[in-house]
Design a protein around this ligand. Sequence first.
Ligand code: ADP
Ligand code: ASP
Ligand code: MG
Length: 575
Amino acid sequence: MLLQRRTLCSGVASCSQSVPVLLPVFPSLNAPFATLPSAGLRTSPWLCEWYRRLDRLTVLAKGAAVEAPRHHQTPGQGVSKVNVIYKFGGSSVRDAERMREVADIVGSFPQYLPCVVLSAMGKTTNMLLECGDLALKTKTENISNLTPLKNIRKLHLDTCDDLGIEPVVRSEVERLINELEQLLIGISIMQDLTPRAKDSLVSFGERLATRIFASYLRTKGVPARQHDAWDLGLTTTDDFTNADVIYEASLPAIAAALAPKPGQPVEIPIVTGFLGRGQLSGAITTLGRGGSDLTATVLGAALELPEVQVWKDVDGVLTSDPRIVPSTRPVTELTFEEATELAYFGAQVLHPQAMQPAIRSGKMNVRVKNSYNREAAGTIISAARDMSCTVVTSIVLKSNVTLVDIISSRMMGQYGFLATVFDTFRRHKISVDVVATSEVSVSLTLDPKKIAGAPDDELSQVQHELGMMAAVSFRKGLAIISLICNVEKTSEILMRAFSVFQREGINVLMMSQGASKTNISLVVDGSRGTEAVQVLHREFFDGPSVCSITGLPLSQGVSVGLGNNGSSNGDHSNN
Ligand code: ADP
Ligand code: ASP
Ligand code: MG
């Protein structure tokens, strides 16, 4: 008998035989067809709720309506140590409903005992930063009335109530929000918001989300324990707001902290993304915006796992930013190098450092999945892939770029000129993205994030220093279009790109290709950036493509999921 889930959840009878249960399957994961013993099958509102939301769940039962027993929701049955990392970003856990959905996902793969990394709920990180800025302009006695603080309080307490989490954890959530308010009062009194205080401030997002989620799992009978990443030993440099992971200290500490403890029950670790502890200061640090991806891969490397799954609100890494190009499609495979370039050149989908632990580990893959569309295969990111049929994989736009032209008549035959130029940027801690040199000049672009702090002062100082040996000019408001591509096909790619640009009247101010095996960068006027990405996407992805080698249709960029075309499932400009 084929039992639809509505039947299952409306009336439940017991069954005397073993019941094969077809669990939700990710095509790519070979998820199980489990045979569950029937003893003790009972109604479970949680399980009914779980089944109700699963699109394709079908339960096969002999003779009667049955329900799997409560303990079968627990992932990792018979598994004694963590064997996968799941990371859920802000949009995946933005409210109580999404937390339920994520709990469903966690409960869907009994062969996996996951460690779960969570970001802050929804846009909490942005709201926390807004609180900090407002606290600088708000009288101490008015801090509790700050709108973003009220919103944070409401979101988290409503979620606690909706999910029915343990009273002790609800109290802990209230205590943390009061602590947050005290910190804001401190900022208001001091009229100062240091990078260190900023990191403490934003840490509340992940600390709250993980406590709520762990408690929710426990209330559903799934053993889970919340961890602040620093308690597991995630140690970083003291570069507040953008700290680097210190792998030598972090990996062994995390491995020891998450190792199974003899005699102790197995509990799913629920870990704060984005946060660490500064090695020298001992203070809370953050890994830069979007840093939970990095936390997930650091944990995966520490535990020497074969796979880390980062669950987002899109069907995987896409052929471009879906907010710019509506017809994007998921990319099925990427290399670590491609993913890093894509992230570095501005694709929000992954943290630029997130592949480093996977590269270090040498045996770990990263899979990007959609928590809104589980059936989509997602993107698998690994060390190598067959590039023979690949032309362009993804197109990325980086806006607000500054171009610096440095022209020296003395460069000819001089040594040390480039060293002096780059040393100037190093001293001012300004990152350089794209570089092109000629005999007498060097042009380079500056990473907008790195000059966002005190741009004008910093840049005029740089201009002054470089001006002592060269003519220097700055041009702001430009855009870099990065083609993540197979540079063995450079001639074809450039020919097609330039003919599209010529047709559209888009002028390329600078280009760089060669150093990277995966990327061609074109600098254009900022006002044409979005349009340039759109026309290039049309050229390389829209319409039928066949592999010039096999003559077969290209799989790259073709959606293999059952769901949408990969567009975002929410307003998620940054959480
Ligand atoms: P999370 O909080 O889950 O880490 P992010 O917001 O950081 O999710 O990243 C996912 C978002 O990145 C998507 O909603 C999408 O709008 C944006 N994005 C930009 N470029 C790409 C791309 N090339 N592929 C996929 N998503 C992209
Ligand atoms: N919550 C942090 C952010 O919004 C980290 C993350 O989402 O990965 O940047
Ligand atoms: Mg992110």
